[in-house]
Design a protein around this ligand. Structure first.
Ligand code: GLN
Ligand code: ZN
Length: 767
C-alpha cells in the first residue's frame, strides 16, 4: 500500500451534485430533448465538479472526495465501471457509451431501463444492476481516472470514491437467466480482480486514498454475506500495489460486520454515529486500534445545525478507541440542499437552527480543529452553536403547550372506532354503493394550464379570485368526467396541490419551506422537502372548501383526500429534538382535525394516503416493530375521530408490502387501496391470510406506464383478486394517482376499468 498516504483528518463522504440552481438537471433535460449537445452537457458537469472541489478545499477539508459526481446515479456508474451492462443494453452501449448509459437509466423506445428502487431508507432512488451467473465483467476505469485527473489539474488532490464490491453485489438483482436460489454475491470472486486492477490504476494515477462504500453492511446480514465482506477486504487489503483503503458505512450500525472489517488490512473504517454506531460498540473492537476511524458525526441526511460542543465531547471519548480519529459527515451530503445562503426568505428565527451541505462542511472542519488543537481554538464556533441549540430548544415555535397537552391527553378511545361490521352496515346504508365499487386514488392529470395557474398565484400574477375560479372550473370538469365515465366514488382531482406533502406543510404551523432546498430524488428529478421544525398544528381547514365544492356538484359521494402523518414525516426534513413518534402524533392530530371538518361539511368518504409507510421501515429487523407501532398509532389517531358511518380509506404504494402486511391491517381503514397491477395481485394472499377482513382495492391499472389496459386484462386482474378477497369487499381502482398521466389515456383506461367492473359484477349476479 501507499506508505506515504497522509492521514485523513476532516472529510465528507460526498456532496450534492445536481447544481446549486439545478444546473445539471436542466442540462440533462435539454440534452435528452436534443436542445444541447454532448459537449455542452459535459461542460455543465465539469463546472459542477470544479465548483464542489473548490468549495471543499476552501472550507479546509484535508481529504476531498472525487467520483461522487454522477450524470444519473452512483450505482449505475459502478455497473458501467465494472462492465455489468445487461445484454439488452450492450449493443447501444458499445456503439456509444453515453447513449448506453442513459438507455440503462431511462430505457429507449426499444429497451426497458434498469429497475429503480429506494436507496436504503432515504428518498433517493438507485438503479438496480442485473448480475446473473454469466454476466460479463470488464473494467472501464475512465470515469474515476478522469475525475481524479480533473481535480489534480485544479491543484486539488482527491480521494476517489467507489461503491464497494460487496454492496455492489448485494444491491444488484439476478438477471432472467439466473437459476432459483442464485444470488449475485456468488460473483464476488470474479469481481475482486477488477477492483484490484482499478486500485492499482488509481494508485498509479496519484491517488493515495480510495474510499469504498459498503452501506449494505448496515442491514441484517447472514454468515455468508459477512464472510464475503471479510474475504473481499482481506483480498483487497493484501494487495501490494494499492492506495490506502477507507471502507465507509452509513445509514446504520455495522454490528457484526465491524470486527470482521477491523480484522482485515484496510487502513480506515467509517461509521455512522448519527444512525446507531456508538462509542461503546467501537470500544469493543480492539483491532480498531491500528486503524483510522472516520467518525460520521455531522448528520448528512438532515438539515439541523450540529450541537458542536456535544459532538466534540463524543469525539473526545473516542480518542484511543482507534489509531487515529477523523471527523466526517454521517453519509454523503447528497441528501441535503447546497447552502442556507440561498434562502433569502427563510424565517430569521429558524435560520440559526439549520445547516445545509456547505454549513455542514464547516462544522466538520470546526470539530476537527477542536479535536486536534483543543476546544479553545474553536470556542467561538462552539458557543454560537450552543446558543442556537438552546434558542431552538426554548423557542415558542418548537414548544407549544397547547399541542403538547393535546397529545398527552390522547387515550385508547381516540385510537379506536366502532366494530368493523357495524361500520360496514352503516356505511352501506349511507353510501348505497354497488358491489365492486369503482374509484380513483385522488389526483387527475395536471394540465399545463393548472400548473401555470398555481405558479401564477405564487408569483402574484394571478389573484386569489381568479385562482379559485379556475381551480373550481377544473374540479367541475373532473367531476363531470367521472360522472360520465360512471365511477361510483368520485374525487376532486387535486388540481390545487403541487405535491401531496408540500401542500399540507404550507398550511400547517410548525413547517417552513425553502426556496432552493432541492435534493436529488433520482436522475434529473429533485424534491424540495419542507422543514418540520416545531410543534405541529392546523390553524384552519386545509381541504374543506375544495372538497365540499366538488361534493356540491354531484349526488355521488366525493372522497376527501388527505396525506397521512407517516408520509408527511417521510417526505420532510423532520426535527431531531424529540422522538419521531411524538412528532407523528402531532401531525396525526392535525389530520384528525381536518377529517372532522370534512365530516361536518357532509363528506362521507375520507382517504388518508400513506404511500410512504413501507419506506420508513428501519433497516434492521429488531428496530421494525417499534417503528410500525408508532406509525400505525399515528394513523389511527388521525382517522378514528369520525363517525362509524363515515368511510375511511387509505392508499399505499411503492410495492413490496411483504414486511408490512400486518401493519396495513392494523391501520384499520375501512378500505385500503394498494399498488398491485405490476405484481399481478401478489400482495393479496398474504394480506388476507393475515386476517384482513375489510375493503381492499388492489390496483388494476398500472399508472406508471402510458399503456391503456384492456377490459379483458382488467377483468382478469379483478377475477384474480377475487380469489383472495371476497367480491363483497373488493374495490376496482388504479394503482395510484393519475397526475403524471395525460387525459386521453386516463379516459380510455378508466372507461375500461368501469366496463370490467360492470362485467364482473354482472357475472356475479347471474351466478
Ligand atoms: N392521492 C394521491 C394522488 O392521487 C396519492 C399519491 C401517492 O400515493 N403517491 O396523487
Ligand atoms: Zn400511490
Amino acid at each position: 500500500m501507499d506508505e506515504s498516504a497522509p492521514s485523513i483528518g476532516a472529510t465528507v463522504l460526498g456532496y450534492p451534485r445536481i447544481g446549486p440552481h439545478r444546473e445539471l438537471k436542466f442540462a440533462l433535460e435539454r440534452y435528452w430533448s436534443g436542445r444541447i449537445d454532448r459537449a455542452e452537457l459535459e461542460q455543465v458537469a465539469r463546472d459542477e465538479r470544479a465548483r464542489t472541489w473548490r468549495v471543499l478545499r476552501d472550507a479546509g477539508l484535508d481529504s476531498i472526495p472525487s467520483g461522487t459526481f454522477s450524470l444519473y446515479d452512483q450505482v449505475l456508474d459502478a455497473a458501467v465501471l465494472l462492465g455489468a451492462v445487461p445484454a439488452r443494453h450492450r449493443e447501444i452501449h458499445q456503439r456509444d457509451p453515453l447513449a448506453g448509459y442513459f438507455a440503462m437509466a431511462r430505457g429507449t423506445a426499444e429497451v426497458a431501463p434498469l429497475e429503480m428502487t429506494k436507496w436504503f431508507d432515504t428518498n433517493y432512488h438507485y438503479l438496480v444492476p442485473e448480475i446473473g451467473p454469466d454476466a460479463p465483467f470488464r473494467l472501464d476505469a475512465t470515469k474515476p481516472l478522469a475525475e481524479l485527473a480533473e481535480a489534480a489539474e485544479l491543484g486539488i488532490a482527491t480521494r476517489p470514491v467507489l461503491l464497494g464490491p460487496v454492496s455492489f453485489l448485494l444491491l444488484s438483482k439476478p438477471d432472467d437467466q439466473a437459476p432459483e436460489g442464485y444470488s449475485p454475491l456468488a460473483r464476488l470472486d470474479s469481481l475482486l480482480p477488477l477492483y484490484a486492477d482499478l486500485l492499482a490504476q488509481l494508485r498509479a494515477a496519484g491517488a493515495s486514498w480510495v474510499q469504498l462504500d459498503e452501506p449494505a453492511l448496515v442491514r441484517d446480514r447472514g454468515d455468508q454475506e459477512l464472510s464475503a465482506a471479510h474475504t473481499a477486504y482481506q483480498a483487497l487489503g493484501g494487495l501490494d500495489d494499492r492506495p490506502a483503503l477507507f471502507v465507509a458505512s452509513y445509514f446504520g450500525r455495522l454490528g457484526a460486520a465491524l470486527p470482521l472489517l477491523a480484522d482485515t488490512p484496510v487502513e480506515a473504517i467509517g461509521v455512522d454515529l448519527c444512525a446507531g454506531a456508538t462509542v461503546e460498540q467501537l470500544a469493543e473492537v480492539p483491532r480498531l486500534r491500528d486503524k483510522t476511524l472516520v467518525a460520521g458525526i455531522v448528520d448528512g441526511r438532515n438539515v439541523w445545525r450540529t450541537d458542536l460542543r456535544g459532538a466534540l465531547g463524543t469525539l473526545q471519548t473516542m480518542v484511543g478507541v482507534s489509531g487515529s480519529l477523523a471527523v466526517s459527515t454521517s453519509c454523503s451530503l447528497l441528501h441535503v440542499p447546497y447552502t442556507l445562503d440561498a434562502e433569502e426568505a427563510l424565517d430569521e428565527r429558524i435560520r440559526p437552527w439549520l445547516a445545509f451541505a456547505r454549513e455542514k462542511v464547516h462544522e466538520v472542519v470546526t470539530l476537527q480543529c477542536g479535536l486536534s488543537q483543543g476546544p479553545a481554538v474553536v470556542s467561538q464556533e462552539l458557543a454560537q452553536a450552543a446558543s442556537a441549540i438552546t434558542g431552538r430548544r426554548e423557542s415558542a415555535l418548537t414548544r407549544r403547550p397547547d399541542v403538547r397537552a393535546r397529545v398527552a391527553a390522547l387515550d385508547e378511545s381516540d385510537r379506536t372506532r366502532g366494530d368493523a361490521e357495524q361500520r360496514r352496515t352503516l356505511q352501506h346504508e349511507r353510501l348505497g354503493l354497488p358491489p365492486l365499487p369503482t374509484t380513483t386514488i385522488g389526483s387527475f392529470p395536471q394540465t399545463d394550464e393548472v400548473r401555470a395557474t398555481r405558479a401564477g398565484l405564487r408569483a402574484g400574477r394571478v389573484d386569489t379570485v381568479t385562482y379559485t375560479a379556475r381551480m373550481r372550473a377544473e374540479i367541475e370538469r373532473v367531476i363531470r368526467l367521472q360522472e360520465s365515465l360512471g365511477l361510483d366514488v368520485l374525487v376532486h382531482g387535486e388540481p390545487e396541490r403541487n405535491d401531496m406533502v408540500q401542500y399540507f406543510a404550507e398550511l400547517l404551523d410548525g413547517f417552513a419551506t425553502s426556496a432552493h432546498g432541492w435534493v436529488q430524488s433520482y436522475g434529473s428529478r429533485c424534491v424540495r422537502p419542507p422543514i418540520l421544525f416545531g410543534d405541529v398544528s392546523r390553524p384552519a381547514p386545509m381541504t374543506v372548501p375544495w372538497i365540499s365544492y366538488a361534493q356540491s356538484l354531484t349526488d355521488r359521494p366525493v372522497k376527501g383526500m388527505l396525506t397521512g402523518p407517516v408520509t408527511i414525516l417521510a417526505w420532510s426534513f423532520v426535527r431531531d429534538d424529540q422522538p419521531l413518534a411524538d412528532t407523528a402524533l402531532q401531525v396525526g392530530l392535525a389530520v384528525r382535525d381536518e377529517t372532522l371538518d370534512l365530516e361536518r361539511a357532509g363528506i362521507g368518504v375520507i382517504q388518508v394516503d400513506e404511500p410512504a409507510l413501507r419506506e420508513l421501515l428501519p433497516l434492521r429487523r429488531e428496530d421494525q416493530p417499534a417503528y410500525l407501532g408508532w406509525a400505525v398509532d399515528a394513523f389511527r389517531v388521525a382517522t378514528s375521530a369520525v363517525a362509524d358511518g363515515t368511510q375511511v380509506h387509505t392508499h399505499l404504494c411503492y410495492s413490496e408490502f411483504g414486511d408490512v402486511v400486518g401493519a396495513i391491517d392494523d391501520l384499520g381503514a375501512d378500505v385500503t387501496s394498494l399498488e398491485a397491477a405490476r405484481s399481478r395481485m401478489e400482495v393479496l394472499p398474504a394480506l388476507t391470510r393475515g386476517g384482513m377482513d375489510r375493503g381492499v382495492g388492489p390496483g388494476v391499472y398500472d399508472i406508471h406506464s402510458p399503456r391503456v389496459p384492456s377490459v379483458a386484462e382488467i377483468t382478469e386482474l379483478l377475477q384474480r383478486a377475487a380469489v383472495s378477497v371476497p367480491v363483497a369487499r373488493l374495490w376496482a381502482n388504479p394503482d395510484c394517482g393519475l397526475k403524471t398521466r395525460g387525459y386521453a389515456e386516463v379516459e380510455a383506461a378508466l372507461t375500461n376499468l368501469v366496463a370490467a367492473a360492470t362485467q364482473v359484477r354482472e357475472s356475479l349476479s347471474t351466478r
